[in-house]
Design a protein around this ligand. Structure first.
Ligand code: ADP
Ligand code: MG
Length: 234
């Protein structure tokens, strides 16, 4: 994918992102890391077009990210699964396909089962979110994001509410998606996953991109701030 950030700043009560500039081409799996409050979620929301930056321009794959066409080409997985509680895992997907993509019932059902199966949820499809594990619910959210056949999947700390075993289960499932030809932009604190899965890493501190490069920067950080961060997350 191609990512262009031009002079991105964003302010809530105070400025949380300051003058981000970035041009990336030919990376398919970009990790955003950094301490809490460094602006990772804000950046990923801006890149997915969920929010507009206070100033600057973001283009991804040559689309303005606030363009309706772009919005249809991406999927987003949030920190906590946001499945509809009153619908089964399968219905959570068929509803989206039927309502937002105008897919007919039968194809929607087939598509939902295909993606739930890809995330190893074949025997959970008719359960409500409250009756499956947190890891299974999060995998169903990933299946739902994939079901609309997006070019890019955004994941914002998809395992932050999960224990280590479920975290491993979800991240392994994500790694298996590599062959699908999708691009990924994700935030995580699991550095082993960054090293296995990312082909580019952006390290943020206090609303700025402080260091960036291939995952090998994690083993040989240049900046003191990334060195300190790596000591804490290990
Ligand atoms: P991270 O994901 O790295 O933890 P965030 O992007 O969530 O960082 O937050 C960056 C800063 O912006 C934090 O200081 C946070 O409190 C603030 N912030 C995030 N979202 C909002 C919001 N909707 N309203 C006000 N402040 C916010
Ligand atoms: Mg966050």
């Amino acid at each position: 994918m191609k990512i262009e950030l031009k002079g991105i700043s964003h302010t809530y009560d105070v400025e949380v992102l300051t003058e981000l500039n970035l041009i990336l081409e030919n990376h398919s799996s970009v990790a955003i890391i950094g301490v809490s409050g460094s602006g990772k979620s804000t950046l990923i929301r801006l890149m997915s077009g969920l929010e507009k930056p206070s100033s600057g321009e973001i283009r991804i794959n040559d689309y303005d990210v606030n363009d309706e066409t772009y919005r249809k080409k991406i999927g987003f997985v949030f920190q906590n699964h946001n499945l509809f509680p009153h619908l089964t895992l399968k219905q959570n997907i068929t509803l989206v396909l039927e309502k937002t993509r105008g897919m007919e019932k039968e194809l929607a059902s087939e598509t939902a089962l295909k993606y739930l199966s890809l995330l190893h949820l074949d025997d959970q499809v008719n359960k409500l979110p409250k009756n499956v594990s947190g890891g299974q619910a999060q995998r169903a959210s990933i299946a739902r994001a994939l079901s609309v056949n997006p070019d890019i999947i955004f994941l914002d700390e998809p395992t932050s509410s999960l224990d280590p075993i479920l975290t491993h289960e979800v991240l392994t499932a994500v790694e298996e998606l590599k062959g699908l030809g999708k691009d990924f932009i994700f935030v995580t604190h699991v550095m082993s996953f960054v090293k296995d899965f990312a082909d580019y890493v952006i390290y943020m501190d206090q609303g700025k991109i402080v260091e960036q490069g291939p995952p090998s920067i994690l083993d040989n950080p240049e900046h003191e701030s990334l060195k300190e961060f790596m000591k804490k997350v290990r």
